[in-house]
Design a protein around this ligand. Sequence first.
Ligand code: NAP
Length: 283
Amino acid sequence: MSAKIIDGKAVSAEVRERVAAEVTEFIAGGGHQPVLATVLVGDDPASHVYVANKHKACEAAGIGSVHHELPAETSQADLVALVKALGDDDGIDGILVQLPPPDHIDADAVIAAINPAKDVDGLTATNAGLLAGGRPGLVPCTPAGVIELLDHAGTEIEGAEAVIVGRSNLVGRPLISLLLGRNATVTAAHSRTRDLEGVCRRADILVAAVGVPGLLGAEHVKPGATVIDVGINRTDDGLKGDVDFEAAVEVAGAITPVPGGVGPMTIAMLMANTLIAAKARAR
Ligand code: NAP
């Protein structure tokens, strides 16, 4: 039997509508309009599209936005100075530096300059530490979107065996903490994992965040499992996930497609984080 397809576009739209309603309510209650600042260095066309989409989403959610576009040759010191100034600017609630920066800039140094209270990507050591410690903070958008999709699919997280393939700071590691926080039994698999197939087949919840198109096939999926594919890989056949969708869909209970699964959630959770940051600053 074919799995239920989890529609990330629809869930993303729901989250964005919910955020828009909460923004209206916050302002009606005497709060300020939340404002997101984006920073983009260089002329990577894909990054320009991502940033433009973030501004459109802000507008639709009633969130203000400002954009700083810097030439590719901008020095790390100048970028860090701008990020610090935005951190001190009372008119800004969220700071998003579009990654990756040009090669001569150390992304970690830039992230370290972000005011943790405005770190809507959840990438600073402060927010990563809060999340790892099970304490409230700003959570990275993509893993937060994965949880939203699981909830929407009606997948029970508590007590479930969850296997995450990939342990990046952006996706895998924060997801370990989020799933643990929801009382899943969590396994993090990676490039050195022995018997990846056997480990994955234990999973009631299988998350792929690897960056290798079609790495996980039907043989990795326990019948009836929920499969969340974070992978976005450009191939000659178009965008592909880390899961062989056509094969896995026959075994899984529910599965996200690529595109149209996790991808649209990231921007929705960015809107949610900007509102969370604005409310926290207002307190
Ligand atoms: P990353 O930093 O490159 O990390 C990849 C992880 O996969 C590493 O932990 C690596 O293990 C593991 N890995 C690599 N090859 C493997 C193999 N053959 N078997 C098992 N594990 C393997 O990647 P990322 O930033 O997390 O991104 C992962 C994917 O998600 C990419 O396709 C990316 O485009 C996509 N993504 C999508 C969104 C979105 O939907 N908005 C956001 C972020 C990322 P080691 O740690 O041992 O090296």
